[in-house]
Write a protein that binds this ligand. Sequence first.
Ligand SMILES: [Zn+2]
Length: 417
Amino acid sequence: MKNERSENNIERIYETDAYRTSFRATVTDLRRDKSGKFLVQLDRTAFFPEGGGQGGDRGSIEGFAVEDTQKTEEGILHILAPVAVHLEEKVKEVLAPGREVGAEVDFALRFRRMQNHIAEHLFCGIANAKYGYDNVGFHLTDVVTFDLSGPLDAEQIAEIETACNEAVWKNAPISVLFPTSEELKDLEFRSKLELSEGVRLVKIEGYDLCACCAPALHSTGEIGVIKVIDFMPHRGGTRITLLAGRSAWEDYLLIDSQMRDLMKLFSAGREHTALFASEYANKTNLMHEEILNLKKQITSAGVSEVKSIIREKSREPAGEMPKVCFFMKDADEVMVRNVINECVKEYEGVICGFRGNDREGYRYVCGRKTADEAYSLKDLANKMKENLGGRGGGSEVMIQGSVDAKEDKIRRFFDED
Ligand SMILES: [Zn+2]
């Protein structure tokens, strides 16, 4: 097995030494892409180009920030972050082809991704050994998401997760192998493709052997912890989302702070928060029901009151626009509307409901059974605007708005014809 590998004559340091973060290299090409970003090529690099589901490395070359690394047919492109105009000449000078440069990989980001990526290998390796499922899709962003080819339930996933963490605690060695085509024939390994040569394998001793192009950790202990945070059935298989290492710990910090807030809110111990929350939800539902009942009672009392006002009014000679008003000061709009809808059934005139108070003014809704050409509801809205202040409008069966007048004045307005 060989250790040194190159492609397009580029020595890929990241393949054999995932921990090498600073290196020197010679610039082989410098050009700009369509958006004006500088693309740097080197004769050797420790920057991992995006591949196998893992993002391209970031870092810097001679102090200029590298925001991404991509592999293309022409080679490995180190994509510089946009450079200020006055620094462009400097980039062209410092990173001119033939110049020797110093470069640094953002190892915190790289290490976090390695933790997540190797965690995925471990999970898939264990799931494969136990259920024979393959990884048929993999994506690594801030979380690791991958698709297994068969169904798994919550219990099975919890079992695999436990086995994964036990493998972490065993600190199993991880190695990278470059088998010859001869050696490859006798190897059983996980792969998405039919591979025969130039194969790079990542081996987790006792757990997994998988074709992979990404930098690998030295041992499983470095993963720290593995936690599945979500799963769902997906195209006959299972989509798993997990966090490992630093990403998992950061998630723990978030959950811990949420938990502390909840404990304070419910005055509950850490292990009883969900119980208190569910009791609280039950109480809230009961209160909600009580409120609904009270509203219904207030509404039906309102209906009785308005019906008796209507009966009183019917004894008087009808004016040009028969109308009555009522006050439900603390009611909401729905309650007022319900009273009106119930009472217009047996009244030929207009019924207006007011809610609010003398200090802050009143909101009103007026309704009637059917439109009547003899008098217009919109005219009523205008008259109220003139006499009581405020604003309002609507249709010929329902108007609504607000008035500035006090209760006495509103009542007088409705008693006049
Ligand atoms: Zn991999």
